[in-house]
Ligand binder design. Structure first.
Ligand SMILES: NC(=O)c1ccc[n+]([C@@H]2O[C@H](COP(=O)([O-])OP(=O)(O)OC[C@H]3O[C@@H](n4cnc5c(N)ncnc54)[C@H](OP(=O)(O)O)[C@@H]3O)[C@@H](O)[C@H]2O)c1
Length: 364
């Protein structure tokens, strides 16, 4: 039961107030810069075959995308001519509409497919990052009760002044709260300063998770949550929850990146129309530099004149994975938001698909 050890670590770390921001020692900027010159010997063929497929680079992203006034709807109006991107063989699940930058969840609610993650951000950092993301046009924000930064997230949303119905806010119910979920849901709403959240997830598979899921269903009926889902569930747990649920999970949030593509759980979830959302989409704070320096990813980025982070984000989106890169750096947040003016070619997608190693990068 691998989730138990990870859960235990997180609980210990957070309740003890461990300074997780220090974990990993450094972010990935330097490594990413360096990755532009990474050896691409393994990717020569990819460069040759895909160079002509490269469309305009990220630098040509419309300025409107970074305007505070840009909303999900405005963004869709200014989007490129991309058609709806159907899920591919390796990416079972609901089809993404990349022109609108959304996916229609199995409960009929539209969810942005690109957002901001706030793991290990302090309240102050979360406020700044959420503000920067909303200013950059990002409309999906992911937090969790165990992150201890819900109040900062709420302040960032309030400061940005974006109409509440244009922001899609996710939080998660921690395992310690599974037997007392109704109160925990209310506590999250209070921390966030919100009447409702758009999505709430069970953070991990754990004892009393069905009881907690039913509490979230009750909160949907009460208008406190618009959609519910699960996180860190695998095939058996996904099947169990599908049986127990009165409202099918709308989202499965699991570790997913090019080295760990989570195809089995994704396909299992898709049987209920549940969409995969990637955590550690860039490999996490500790290992994103490894992905950025991967020759295949560096080559795909070079093909389009974009950064490795943007190439990976675009791979998630074209694979049908909701992507929530985390960042405390406003420049990175801007960069991560601007992935709409280029499209990875089929051979580039296939090359990144082939990077699957079944390799988890999570450290807990
Ligand atoms: N459900 C779960 O159990 C679970 C677990 C983990 C995470 N999550 C969620 O998933 C989100 C994403 O995961 P994560 O934040 O841990 O990992 P991640 O998004 O894979 O990677 C975050 C790292 O990438 C760096 N980064 C981001 N954009 C960059 C760019 N354009 N250039 C260079 N570096 C860049 C960040 O550094 P800077 O800060 O310097 O930009 C940070 O060190 C979390 O924030 C959280 O909301 C959920």
């Amino acid at each position: 039961m691998k989730y138990l050890s990870r859960r235990s670590f997180l609980a210990g770390a957070f309740t003890a107030g461990v300074a997780l921001a220090g974990w990993g020692l450094a972010g990935c900027s330097a490594a990413q810069t360096g990755s532009a010159s990474a050896s691409a010997s393994a990717s020569g063929a990819l460069a040759a075959s895909s160079g002509s497929a490269a469309t305009s680079g990220a630098s040509s992203e419309p300025a409107a995308a970074s305007s505070a006034a840009s909303s999900m709807n405005a963004a869709s109006a200014g989007a490129s001519s991309e058609a709806s991107v159907a899920a591919e063989a390796t990416s079972a699940g609901p089809a993404f509409n990349l022109a609108k930058r959304t996916v229609l969840l199995n409960n009929g609610i539209e969810m942005p497919v690109l957002g901001l993650g706030t793991f290990i951000l302090s309240n102050a950092q979360a406020e700044e990052s959420v503000y920067a993301a909303l200013m950059a046009g990002t409309r999906l924000i992911d937090t969790a009760r165990i992150y201890g930064n819900e109040s900062g997230v709420g302040r960032g949303i309030a400061r940005a002044g974006v109409p509440r119905d244009e922001v899609f806010l996710t939080t998660k119910l921690w395992t310690d709260d599974f037997s007392n979920a109704a109160a925990a849901i209310d506590a999250s709403l209070q921390n966030l300063g919100q009447d409702y959240v758009d999505l709430m997830l069970l953070h991990h598979e754990h004892a009393h998770d069905e009881e907690a899921y039913h509490a979230m269903e009750d909160a949907v009926a009460a208008g406190k949550i618009r959609a519910i889902g699960i996180s860190n569930f695998y095939e058996d747990g996904i099947a169990r929850m599908a049986q127990a649920a009165n409202i099918a999970p709308a989202v499965l949030q699991n570790e997913t990146h090019p080295y760990y593509q989570e195809r089995g759980p994704k396909a299992a979830a898709a049987e209920s129309g549940t969409v995969l959302e990637s955590w550690f989409p860039l490999g996490g704070k500790q290992d994103c530099h490894t992905l950025f320096a991967d020759p295949t990813i560096a080559q795909v980025a070079a093909n389009h004149g974009i950064t490795p982070a943007q190439a990976i984000i675009r791979w998630h989106l074209q694979s049908g994975n909701i992507c929530i890169p985390g960042s405390s750096n406003p420049d990175h947040i801007q960069e991560d938001a601007h992935v709409w003016s280029f499209e990875l070619a089929d051979d580039e997608m296939a090359a990144i698909n082939a990077l699957e190693q079944g390799k988890r990068l999570a450290w807990y």
